[in-house]
Write a protein that binds this ligand. Structure first.
Ligand code: ADP
Length: 434
């Protein structure tokens, strides 16, 4: 609303004084002067030409109708400059409401309509905004005329935070007709990120603390009561090695995640043959599957299916999904891995198991860091709770999507979709990760 401050000065200058009349009549005055000068060579005596021009100019400047016209023009200009430019607030994506001293709505933009609902014309601000925090702020700013802001949060329908600001508008309008602007700055995303960061540090510390505490316990036992018990020492060393390995896995996964975050905005440029990559992963995991009593069945496309990507990262994705299917779907005893390019799904890799499946409420949260359906099962299966978070980050970088379908009691299918092939066998990944 800086524009209005500027307009205020122009408005004061717009009284219909002589200077203004001179300015508005400058063209006819100049034309008259040219005509008077031209009449001299045509034989009109100069004094007559001068008197004639003087009468013409005085008429133009002091005739009542021309004065009135000039005043009207000046008033129109002043009125226009006192009006805030509502077209501007309509372009803002920040919810913005303009109201007057009586806290009646003068204007709201589309963003405000979708945040608080549409106000009927001249409705009171309190008709939609019920929060005492915001209404108190409005009352204070109307009374004092000084910009102020408060933080406001609501829990229903979903948790949201806003910085609410009320500012008086500087216009040429009389004090009684003063306008005020109420804006909402959305802080929800920033707050959510803050909370995620704090939760993440707390979770990571907790995950590392547990094996560390166990290691320290065993060391103390071996220094004390089990000092001379050879059999106990051998058993304890085995457990200590497991705990140290668990810490190492966790640190590896945390480092993977942070590396991926650093490269999140750089799209991979290599070419990856999906069939060959998945075959390699299946071959590597076969011994583990055999130990678990799970058979992996692989279906490949007739033609090579190539996508743009980073081969090491995609190996990590498929390893995670196939390993999870073998571990958590162990009771199904069979895992089906399919690489295909279809009209409906584009180039994709599906890993299907016939295990216990995943209840509906867990599915949207599986890719959150440290989220597990069952913490003890995950720990027993050497999980860190970070596998699917890593998968999500890698796929986001590849502009690919992970789709999870699961029916409790029947099993789960995790599909990585790379989007439609654009030409030949080279699939360009286009769809954004959701
Ligand atoms: P973890 O290291 O615990 O395996 P992930 O991020 O890979 O972590 O998986 C998160 C959770 O999702 C697992 O703890 C498990 O509860 C669940 N999960 C993943 N894959 C499957 C699957 N195929 N069947 C059932 N549950 C699964």
């Amino acid at each position: 609303m800086v524009e209005n401050t500027q307009d205020l000065q122009e408005g004061e200058d717009a009284r219909p004084g002589l200077a203004l009349r001179l300015r508005t009549q400058i063209h006819p005055l100049a034309l008259g002067a040219v005509a008077a000068l031209a009449s001299v060579p045509a034989g009109v005596p100069p004094w007559q030409a001068a008197i004639g021009y003087g009468v013409f100019a005085a008429g133009l400047l002091f005739w009542p109708t021309s004065r009135r016209a000039a005043r009207k023009r000046a008033e129109k200009k002043a009125a226009k400059s006192a009006l805030p430019d509502f077209a501007i607030i309509e372009t803002l994506d920040m919810p913005t409401i303009v109201f007057d001293r009586e806290t009646q709505i003068v204007r709201q933009n589309a963003a405000a309509r979708s945040l608080v609902g549409a106000y009927p014309e001249r409705a009171a601000l309190s008709a939609r905004i019920r929060s005492p925090v915001i209404l108190d702020l409005v009352a204070r700013v109307v009374a004092r005329g000084i910009t102020e802001s408060v933080e406001y949060s609501e829990r229903v329908p979903s948790e949201r935070w806003h910085e609410v600001r009320v500012a008086p508008v500087a216009t040429a309008a009389e004090p009684g007709k003063r306008l005020f602007v109420l804006t909402f700055r959305d802080l929800t995303e920033a707050r959510r990120m803050d909370r995620m960061r704090t939760d993440f540090v707390a979770n990571a510390s907790h995950e590392l603390r547990t094996p560390l505490a166990s290691l320290m316990g065993f060391i103390e036992t071996m220094q004390g009561p089990a000092r001379n018990d050879e059999a106990a020492r051998t058993r304890f060393f085995g457990i200590m090695l497991e705990q140290a390995q668990r810490m190492a896995r966790l640190i590896d996964d945390l480092l993977s995640l942070s590396r991926l975050e650093m490269r999140a905005h750089v799209a991979p440029e290599g070419e990856v043959d999906l069939g060959r990559t998945v075959t390699h992963v299946v071959d590597t995991l076969k011994p583990m599957a055999k130990d678990l009593g799970v058979e992996i069945a692989l279906t490949l496309p007739a033609e090579p299916l190539v996508v743009t990507g980073d081969v090491d990262e995609l190996i990590q994705v498929f390893s995670n999904l196939i390993e999870n299917a073998c571990k958590y779907g162990q009771t199904g005893r069979r895992v089906e891995v399919t690489v295909a390019d279809t009209e409906a799904e584009g180039a994709h890799v599906t890993v299907k198991d016939f295990g216990p499946g995943i209840a509906k409420e867990h599915v949207p949260r599986l890719t959150e860091r440290f989220y597990r359906v069952d913490v003890e099962t995950s720990r027993a299966k050497k999980g860190t709770g970070l596998g699917l978070a890593i998968v999500k980050h890698i796929l986001a970088r590849h502009r690919a999507r992970l789709v999870v379908r699961s029916t409790p009691g029947e099993g789960s299918a995790f599909t990585v979709k790379f989007g439609r092939a654009e030409s030949g066998s080279n699939t360009k990944t286009k769809e954004l990760y959701k």
